[in-house]
Design a protein around this ligand. Structure first.
Ligand code: SAH
Ligand code: SF4
Ligand code: F3S
Length: 459
């Protein structure tokens, strides 16, 4: 047995980073690393970073400043690794700016962490790995998965070829790559074995997934709708979700899956960014507001109760009051269940950063506040409409609030309710009794463990 070593991973950014952090834990476990609750208790600290907006990067540098002190206090025993998208974009700068950093590893190279740590002990070799080696990464990740609760992420697609003019992701994550169906199926089964009841298929553009069909199926490649049908048939996968989708990749097969796949949650996160065609064109989103609304209409025809969420950017270069008003109009037309809105942040190396007529901060603040107020009102209306309904809720944690448990409805609403302790981690039918803008309260139906009937189980 290797001695037990403390590992602390702090995760910034999106679900892809959450997944990668979990996989880093899986890779490091055989070396004797086990998670500890605070960085000062750790022998190895990993900051898994996000580069999407300026603030995210600054947070990393201030966190590194704090970690340097812990490292000094540990007699230089602590190792500090910077991983993720800032590592990819600014690896050299990090090394130069913060000498306490031992290793820098990009999002497609973290499978090399064990050998990098070994090299570090021998004081030889590179301390920076930022190659795009996505195929090798998935081949080399251990089959074993641990889960932190009943819902687990499964990365099926990585990278982005879309090059929206504001976005760093195509540069930090590399080109689009889809894993094969058999590898995804094996990982989904492993997640169920480890205790997951809900599987969330994730990717930077998850619905751009087009991967190898299962061996022996007679098909060459499958699209994402087909993958969803396949994974939904795995025994023990009680609920399926996917994120994040791009409007251009919402095809009929995927929309149909919302009508026909029982395990697929009635939930769609479909970022639109803006309701103005002029701004959408300048962003290189390659669709219009009308086309977006048409996708929503088709999806609602397939699944009338579906919850729609989105991402918005306000203050994109050149955005006028009329453009912003078009965004508000789109929001009114769609009626979102929830959404994220961000102020445009100029990112080095992206085309939009060099565009004329950058919008001033005061205008951005004002537009953000207006948009958020409308989105909050819609979230409240969506939540209020579920009062009185009985929804299957997957309980994940004790929230600490009045000792209630916290879980998620099929529509991805946070639900608080009192349940028997042994119902934590299971799906329970809950009658919704009240709603706020951010969460619901409910009453668990007694003896109401919710089980899905399988319509066919994959061997
Ligand atoms: N692939 C997804 C989104 C990935 S990034 C898509 O195409 O929609 C997550 C969100 O961050 C984006 O939807 C966008 O709203 C926001 N974002 C990305 N770059 C940004 C920037 N430079 N400034 C502000 N918000 C940004
Ligand atoms: Fe970024 Fe656009 Fe790719 Fe989404 S689709 S990750 S916003 S470049
Ligand atoms: Fe951030 Fe990288 Fe995700 S930039 S949003 S962690 S893909």
């Amino acid at each position: 047995m290797k001695p037990l070593r403390g590992l602390y991973i702090r995760t910034y950014g999106c679900q892809m980073n959450v997944y990668d952090s979990d996989r880093m834990r899986d890779i490091l476990a055989p070396l004797g690393y086990a998670s500890v609750d605070a960085p000062e208790l750790a022998d190895l600290v990993v900051l898994n970073t996000c580069h999407i907006r300026e603030k995210a990067t600054e947070k990393v540098f201030s966190e590194l400043g704090r970690l340097r002190k812990h490292k000094e206090a540990s007699g230089e025993r602590m190792r500090i690794v910077v991983a993720g998208c800032v590592a990819q974009a600014e690896g050299e700068e990090i090394m130069a700016r913060q000498p306490a950093v031992d290793l820098v590893v990009g999002p497609q190279a973290y499978h090399r962490l064990p050998e990098m740590l070994a090299r570090l002990s021998r004081k030889t070799g590179d301390r920076l790995e930022v190659d795009f080696d996505v195929v090798q990464k998935f081949d080399q990740l251990p089959a074993h998965r641990h889960v932190n609760g009943p819902s687990a992420f499964l990365s099926v697609q990585e990278g982005c070829d879309k090059f929206c003019t504001f976005c760093v992701v195509p540069y930090t994550r590399g080109a689009e790559h889809s894993r094969g169906t058999d590898a995804i199926t094996a990982e989904a089964r492993e997640l169920v074995r480890a205790g997951a009841r809900e599987v969330v298929l994730i990717g930077q553009n998850v619905n751009a997934w087009r991967g190898a069909a299962p061996a022996g199926s007679g098909d060459d490649t499958w699209g994402f709708g087909r993958l969803i049908r396949h994974i939904s048939k795995i025994g023990g996968v009680d609920r399926l979700r996917y994120s994040t989708s791009h409007p251009r990749d919402m095809d009929d097969e995927l929309i149909d899956a919302h009508a026909g796949v029982e395990a697929l949650a009635p939930f769609l996160h479909l970022p639109v960014q803006s309701g103005s065609d002029r701004v959408l064109a300048a962003m290189n989103r390659k669709h219009t507001a009308k086309e977006y609304l048409e996708i929503i209409r088709q999806t609602r025809t397939a699944r009338p109760d579906i919850a729609i969420t989105s991402d918005f950017i306000v203050g994109f270069p050149g955005e006028t009051e009329a453009d912003f008003e078009a965004t508000l109009q789109l929001v009114r037309d769609v009626r979102f269940s929830q959404a994220y809105a961000f102020k445009y942040s100029a990112r080095p190396g992206t085309p939009a950063a060099g565009m004329p007529s950058q919008v001033d901060e005061v205008t951005k603040d004002r537009r953000l506040a207006t948009l958020l107020a409308l989105l909050r009102q819609q979230a409240f209306e969506f939540n209020s409409a579920t009062v009185g309904k009985v929804l299957p809720v997957l309980f994940e944690t004790r929230s600490g609030r009045d000792g209630l448990a916290r879980g998620y409805s099929p529509y991805q609403q946070v639900v608080h309710a009192e349940i028997d302790p042994d119902m934590l981690g299971t799906m329970v039918d809950v009658e919704i009794t009240s709603a706020g803008q951010a969460s619901l309260q409910g009453r668990a139906r007694l003896g109401a463990a919710h089980d899905r009937e399988l319509d066919g189980v994959i061997e």
